[in-house]
Design a protein around this ligand. Sequence first.
Ligand code: SF4
Ligand code: SF4
Length: 429
Amino acid sequence: MTNLNELQKKIGYEYTFDCVQCGYCLPACPTYETMRKETHSPRGRINLVKMAAEGKLNLEEIRDPIDKCLGCRACQVVCPTGVEYGRILEGAKEVLSDNQQLSFSKRVAKNFIFNDLFPNPSRMNLLGNLMWFYQVSGFQNIVQNIKILKIAPLNLGKFEAIMPKITSPNQRQKRKVVVKAEGKKRIKVALFTGCIMDTMFYETNQNTINLLKKSGAEVVIPEKQTCCGALHSHAGDVSVAKNLARKNIEVFEKEEIDYVINNAGGCGAMLKEYDHLFENDPEWSGRAKRFVNQSKDISEVLYELDGLTLTKSVKDIVTYQPSCHLSNVQKVHDEPLKLLNSIPGIRYKEMKDYNGCCGSAGIYNIVNYQESMEILDSKMEKFKPTQATTIVTTNPGCLLQMKMGIKREKLEGRVRVVHLVDLLMEASE
Ligand code: SF4
Ligand code: SF4
C-alpha cells in the first residue's frame, strides 16, 4: 500500500492519538503476561500501528505483534483515556489482510472455510452430519486408537479429542421455526443460532429456546440467517463480514420481535458492533443501529424476564470463565453471575483474574497454538485453587478451550465444562 492517507484512514490512525502511553493496560494483557515483550502489549501494538501509518515501519514489521493479539479487548476496559483499541486492531488486521501474500493452498483453504463453509447453513449442517457419523460409526474410536491424527496439521488431533457429542441429524431436523411461550406470552424474540453453535452445540441452542419459552418468550428461528462474520472481521476480511451483516440485518428485520438473542459471546459482540461496519454508509447505518439495539445475550434477557423456576439442586463447586467478548465488548458482567448464583445447591468459587482470556479467541488457538496453550496453562493455574468441579462459560470457543485445559491438566472425569444455558436447564423444572 503506497498511499499514506488511504493507509491512515483504514488502519485507524486517528484512534492511536488517544493513547498517552501510560501502560495501565499492560497488566491486563494476556499476551504481555506470557510473552513479556513491549511489542506484544497493547501500548506497543498501538505504537507500531502508528509508526506504520506514518510510513516509519513497513507493514511486515507489525504483522507478528498484530497476529499474536487475541483481540480480547481487556486493554480497552482498563484504559483511563478510553482508547478504542478494537478499532485500531480491526483496522490493522484489514490492512495486513489486504497486503498478505498467501500460498495457493492456504488461499484455497481460507476461501473454502470463510466463504463457502461458515456462511452456508446447509454445508454446516452437512458438516454436522458427517461429524455425528464419525462419532457414532466407531470410526472415531479407530482413529483415536491408531493415533493417526498425531501427524495431522494444526494440532487437529488435539482439537478432535475435545470435540463435543454431536446431535443426530434426526434430532436436528425436528426443530420448529416458531416456538410458543409457556403460559402468557410476554415478549417475542428471534434466535441467532450461530454456525458453530448450531453445528457443534445444538443442544445448547435447544436449551436456549426452552429457557426462553419457560420465561414467557415466543421464539422464532429465521431460517435464512447466516454466520455473524466475526471470524471474517477478525481476519481482516471486512467486505465478506459486511455482506454477512447485511444478510442478517435483512433477515431479522422482517420479524416483528423485541430482541435478537444469541448465546455465544463472540458472535454477540460482532452482532452488537454491526454499526461499526456501516458508519459511512447512509443506506445501512440506520438499519445496522436498529439491529444492534435489538441484539441481546441470552443472559441479559433471562435475567430481565426473571421467569425461570430453578428448583433442581446442582451440588457442584462452580467457577465462571466469561467470554472476553461478552464482558469486554458487550459489557455483560453481572447477569451471567446472578443467574448462576440463583441455581440452588451450587457453591460459587471465583477464579483469580477470572475475566482474563483463556486463549481461545476465535481461531487463535488453532493458528497460534503454542502461544494459546501458554495462556491456557496460566489460566489453569488460576483455576486449580478453586477446586471447582464445573466450569461455566458463555461461548463455544471458551468451552472447548477450557476442555483442552482440563485435558492438559489430566482432570477429565473430575471437572466438566458447561455453557451457562445448559446448567440453568439442568436446574430448571
Ligand atoms: S492504551 Fe490506554 S492504558 Fe494502554 S498505554 Fe495507551 S492510554 Fe495507557
Ligand atoms: S486485545 Fe487482549 S491480547 Fe490484544 S492487546 Fe488488548 S489485552 Fe492484549
